[in-house]
Design a protein around this ligand. Structure first.
Ligand SMILES: Nc1ncnc2c1ncn2[C@@H]1O[C@H](COP(=O)(O)OP(=O)(O)OP(=O)(O)O)[C@@H](O)[C@H]1O
Ligand SMILES: [Mg+2]
Length: 306
């Protein structure tokens, strides 16, 4: 199975209003609740594809209990470690024009809770084919948390996919993850200020020198660039889709994790990741893909050596 790790998940709350007016009071016409967090989106996509998956991470308080219940409603297998702090909420206010987000900070995690999670993670590795490590770190979790998890997985013979940003990414790279999936902004931030304006392929090469075994850069509607020490590939969607691009990168990670498990060759793997992430744009909710778009686009994705 593929184990997805979400250390800073959220109860995702969407308020529907007629028109958002700053400093005004609003009557909310509908409230939507979803499990939120990148690893949970990856797990949702894999589950929808019928792939064996287990979602893990840290959950606490009433919001954490609600996330657990929502995952059970969707029949997504989950084994989260309970923590004392309250899982954050990510609130989106959607009106007829656009959406406005309010992201709460993550809960504080104690040293003992982090140590307990590391032991819990080690226990899950026996049944894992691949681990996907996704998203930000809550306060109290060490900045090299992903490096520790990558090393533990590797020691157990389990390959890892890392999708995070900033210092968590920088430290995680040093542990030699099998694959990292930054978007273009996350990748160039690794090099900033020296890398400002540098070519993506050079920034990806920098991530390889930092320790990653393969880098897949997601480039929004322009598709994917994959770089290893010996190979470079580009995958381009056959069309630019309109819809909800939030979570497209998570669908991409789902495809990459599955491909890593199956040792899929790069051209086929990139085609799959491009089609699946485009299918996520076509689905209204993050963590879901539109199966018809996936089927339609898969044979039409162009992949070529870069
Ligand atoms: N409008 C679009 N049309 C077709 N494919 C798209 C579109 N937007 C994104 N994609 C596909 O999805 C992939 C991932 O998107 P993106 O680069 O925005 O990821 P991201 O920034 O990590 O997203 P997130 O973290 O919100 O999931 C892209 O590389 C591309 O293949
Ligand atoms: Mg992303």
């Amino acid at each position: 199975m593929i184990v997805t790790v979400t250390l800073n998940p959220a109860l995702d709350v969407t308020y529907r209003v007629g028109e958002l007016v700053p400093h005004g009071t609003h009557r909310v016409s509908a409230v939507g609740l979803r499990p939120g967090g990148k690893g949970l989106n990856v797990a949702g996509v894999l589950h929808a594809l019928g792939e064996p998956v287990l979602a893990t991470g840290l959950l606490g308080g009433a919001a954490g209990a609600r996330v657990t219940a929502l995952l059970a409603d969707d029949a997504v297998p989950a084994a989260f470690l309970p923590i004392a702090g309250e899982t954050r909420r990510t609130v989106t206010v959607a009106d007829d024009v656009d959406a406005t987000g309010f992201w709460e900070p993550g809960p504080p995690v104690t040293h003992a809770e982090w140590a307990a999670f590391v032991a819990h993670f080690r226990g899950l590795l026996g049944d894992a084919d691949v681990v996907a490590l996704c998203g930000s770190l809550p306060p109290g979790v060490p900045v090299d948390a992903y490096a520790s998890l990558v090393r533990l997985a590797a020691a157990g013979g389990v390959p890892s996919v890392l999708d995070t940003s900033g210092e968590a990414l920088r430290h995680g790279l040093a542990a030699g993850p099998d694959l990292v999936k930054p978007n273009a902004a996350e990748l160039s931030a690794l090099l900033t200020p020296a890398g400002a304006g540098c070519r993506e392929v050079d920034a990806a090469a920098h991530a390889l020198t930092c320790g990653a075994r393969a880098v897949v850069v997601s480039r929004g509607p322009d598709g994917l660039l994959a770089l290893t020490r010996d190979e470079a590939w580009r995958g381009v969607p056959p069309e630019r889709l309109t819809g909800n691009p939030t979570g497209a990168g998570d669908a991409c990670v789902a495809a990459l994790a599955r491909g890593l498990r199956d040792r899929t060759p790069w051209p086929e793997l990139l085609a799959d990741a491009v089609a699946l992430s485009a299918a996520a744009v076509a689905a209204p909710l993050a963590g879901a893909v539109d199966p018809e778009t996936y089927r339609r686009l898969l044979p039409a994705v162009r992949v070529h050596a870069a």
